[in-house]
Design a protein around this ligand. Sequence first.
Ligand SMILES: *Cc1c(COP(=O)(O)O)cnc(C)c1O
Length: 390
Amino acid sequence: MSPPERARKTFDLSRHITAAVGAQKAYVPGDQPSESGWVKLNTNENPFPPSPRVAAAIRAELGTDAASLRLYPNPASAPLRAAAARYHGHGLGAENVLAGNGSDDVLNLLVRAFADASKPAGMLVPSYSLYPVLSGLNAAAMRTVPVGLDGVFDTAAVAASGANIFFLTNPNAPLGIAFAPEKIAEVLEAFDGLLVVDEAYAPFARADAVPLLTRFPNLVVTRTFSKAFALAGIRAGYALADAAVVAALDKVRDSYNLDRLAQAAAVAALEDRAYYDGITAEIKRARDAASAALRGLGWRVLPSEANFLMASPPSAVGKTPAETAAAVHAFFKSRKILVRYFPSNPVTAPFLRISVGSAREMETLLAAAAASADADSSSSAADAADAAPR
Ligand SMILES: *Cc1c(COP(=O)(O)O)cnc(C)c1O
């Protein structure tokens, strides 16, 4: 005999979810297609594999039977903190490093520790669109300061923003433009709050903010293994900061926030500087070559110190710059080339953000860029022909 049918219990989620989570729109990451065959230039992943030492370290951690996975990992990621301190030098010790499950985890910990309903967060616009999602989830207001396509922003506006924690992406994403260390020092002097310099792309830049840590206890520098270290799939990142800030973040994080394989991989990556110097130099050369080639096709390309280009195609006849960018984005997609497009902000809408991929991927991209101009001129020529009296 089957049990009697019962009516399904009702549960009104909207009445129970917290106001902050209920109101927040989810962050939308770039497409991660599951089929192969795409030229994937949309999420700034590295075209090179990680150091061979990474695979060796993961294999050593696993052994033949993965028995080590029975045991919890080092709770503080202590070997990784020590390796990161050694990697950067500048008198930093393990007490100045917090390891995270990707740098997005570190950013989340920073928001949870330093922003809430009475302590606003702040950011440059445009920059990384994850920050307002994290602040929103913690019921914190987000104060914004505009940055121009020339990379200029007003230090006094950051100081007057009322933010308790301010995110400065350097080099900026999505613009690719880097800020001078002197400018960052000026902000650190003027701003009465915690300044987070998100250095996801700093390994591709000429300078970084790490040397400023000795002078400014209100500075946090965040780094990721996802871009220059070619480990987006492993999920590891870290923050460098004053020991008191690190201790505060340690209270907030999960007690085992990096798994064994991630810790082993990240340490091995930091210990192979020669390999990463080589592939980083290669990516910078490819970036500068692609930038010159796009300019040759009439594109406007912002000066990039990252592993991507923010580039605007020449306006097609009868189309606005934003409409042109949308059309080229769609044209690329029709050729199975993914790039990032940010139409919601009028400043970024005329641009496409193109990751620097392998030599072959860049050839494919540049051929498509050339063909998009032909597609445009032939269609506008066709339009003109249609309009012309016969
Ligand atoms: C990619 C990126 C990160 C995130 O890196 P993960 O370590 O993969 O979480 C953080 N900030 C910016 C600006 C990025 O572009």
